[in-house]
Each structure stands twice: as C-alpha cells, then as structure tokens.
Write a protein that binds this ligand. Sequence first.
Ligand code: GLV
Ligand code: MN
Ligand code: MN
Length: 415
Amino acid sequence: MKNELDYIAGRIEKYISDTKKITATPGQGVTRLPFTLESKRCVHYLEEKMKNMGLAVTEDASGAIIGILEGKSEQRIMIGSHYDSVEHGGAYDGMAGILCGLEIAAYYIRNQMIPPYTLEIAGLNDEEGDRFGGGYLSSKAFLGKWTTNDLKYYIDKHGISYYDAMILYGYAPEHLMRAERPRKGWKGYLEIHVEQGPIMESQGIEIGIVETIVAIQRYYITIVGKADHAGTQPMDTRSDAVMAAMDVITNMRKYVLKHKGMVGTVGEIHVYPNEINIVPEKITFSIDVRSADQEWLDECVHQISEDIKKKEMKGFTCEMKPTLTNTVTAMKEEWVKGLEKSADRLGFSNMRINSGAGHDAAIIGKEVDTAMLFVPSVGGRSHIPEEYSDERDLAKAVLTAIDFIDHIDEERKSE
Ligand code: GLV
Ligand code: MN
Ligand code: MN
C-alpha cells in the first residue's frame, strides 16, 4: 500500500502544481472565478486529463465537467468538488477533491478493475459564490434548482449578472435547467476536501469523516445616505452611510459572539464615492453568518434586519438582498460508518467532524445520499494563497474512498 500511496501522492502533487498556475492573479494565489478565461482553461485541463485516462467526458450546461468510468452497475456514484476558487485563494480548496476523484478512477483503470458502480468524476462550477454572491451553481443545477429569474438576480461587482456572464462565456443560460440529473440511478455523491480548519492537524488525525455541514446565510446590504463636504458639514446633520453600516456590523458581531461556534463575516465592502474628504453617500457590504443552530442564525438575521429598519427610520434608504440560505445538511450515516470502517481497515487515524465551510455536498446531500472526507489543512488555514495540505494525506483519502466504494453495500447488509 505504501508504494500505491506514494505513487498517488506524486501524481496529485504534479496536478496541483499544474492547476495552481491557472489563475488570474499569478504570484498572488489562485483566482479562478466562474465564467472567466481561467475557468475555461481549467475545464480544458480537466477534460484533457479525463480523456487521456479513457473516461467518457461531458460538460453540462452549468459548466460542470464530468468524466465517466463504467462500473458493474449502471447506478452512478459522483465523486466531485469545485474548480472555481475565491479571489487570492489556495490551490487545494475544491481542486484537491477533483484530482482525488481522478485518482480514484485512475486506480481502477491502472489495476484493470471495474468499480462496483459507475463513477462520475466531476469538476463543479462556482461553489464559492465569490463572483455573484451565492454560489453552488452546478450542485443546485444538478437538482434543478435554478430559474432564469435567479440568473438575472445575481450580479457581480461590475454589474454583470450570471445570465449575461453565461452568454459572454458562450453558454445558453436557458439551458441551465437541462443540467438537472435524474435521481433514479444516482446512488450517491462523495466529496473529498481539505478541512480548511485546525482541528484534524491539532489532533494528529489523518482522515476526517464529515457528519454535518453548517447552515449559512448571506446578504448584501446597501445603505444610502447623503454625500457632503467632510470639513464643513457638522456631525449632527450628516447622513453618513459608513457610520450607519458600522452600527449594523458592530451589533452583528456582538450577537455572533454570544453564541458558541457561531461566526459572522463582513468580507466585502464598497463605499461610494470612496473619497477622503467626502462624507460617504452609499455603502454596500456583504454579510456571511453561519451556525450549526438554525434558530440562532435566524435570530441573528432578524436582528440585522431590525437594525436596518432603525436606520431607515433615521432617513437612510436601505436594502438587504439575500444571496444564500443553506440549512444544516447531515451526511448519510450509513456512508459515514462505511468510511470509518474503510479508514480503520487501512490503518488511518480518523475522526468524525462537522464542517464550518460550505460545500457542494451540502446542496446535493439534501436529496441524494452524500458523504465527505476531510484531509488535514497545514496550519488550519484556507482561502489564502498559503493554503496547503500534504499530498500523502490526500492520497490516504483516495485509498479510503476506493476501499469504501469496494465495500459500499456491506454497511446496509450489516444493519
Ligand atoms: C466556501 O468555501 C465557503 O464555505 O464559503
Ligand atoms: Mn471548497
Ligand atoms: Mn472555499
């Protein structure tokens, strides 16, 4: 097994170093936003790898690239993750899972083995939502969750909607509904991903088996006040949009800190006119709040909306635009147990873990049997250029997944 592990790790390392170069910000991390030149180049890279391996390749209407390896059964297990990234992100988030999927298929092909189920190795588009605010484009498309109106609703910071971006990219947005995948015959979805946090590394664990994925809500809040001269307008007659936003943000932070494990982030801020000597007229900022407790999350969002109403009563014009509402998603317990057994069989230390990051598995897992494997993140850091996971750890996840697939129905029989 050691030879196999080293061999797989070496291949993943090479692929990571290739895909790391497909970025709009060379030298400043991976920036691979959806419907850009970089995403196209990445799809071509994956497509070529899949074709060279002998997989049957299709690209769907959401931009997902899927390589199929026929199994003994026509029922399909999708093994995937996303190929988009955040701006100035790392080389492992998403991409590592796709490359692990390719290595799972390569293992069967190399050893002239036929997997028990047909494997669909998938690179999914726009999980992060970094460009348009929402994300999960492919995973929601697989479940038929998009309407044309939704595609017009999501707009990037240059005013380009999903709808227009798709057309510019050469896609037909109306065809997105065709990406819905029949549930019949879809046995399940498996995603390998870097942990992106410090838990596994701090406990010296090799394999994480996800139990639940956190609930997330995201909004863009716009507050419009009045521009004035920064020197002559007295403080008590100003309608300063930034000061109003500060109150809303500070209250959100207070609320989040009261609840264990809850997190809230204002990661994006745009100020107009953004000048040193003009009282700001307008601010738009993002809010991303997450918790394993749905009530806390709903209450937090309610408080934010109440704070915004207070600003409206003071004469500001405000908008709170929702872009994402994900409830907690539990992974398939039978598969969690199966993955534990596989990791044990292979002698890899393992633990159950909850994910604070969002994943395509959170969407697909609502309707299809789903499981996730985590690999330790060095320093527990992610969404940064320095993001790193050891390729040998990724290879351990590959071997665990293969063992799981080979024993997939045994858990049910033993129940
Ligand atoms: C995606 O990585 C997210 O959790 O925002
Ligand atoms: Mn990810
Ligand atoms: Mn991410």
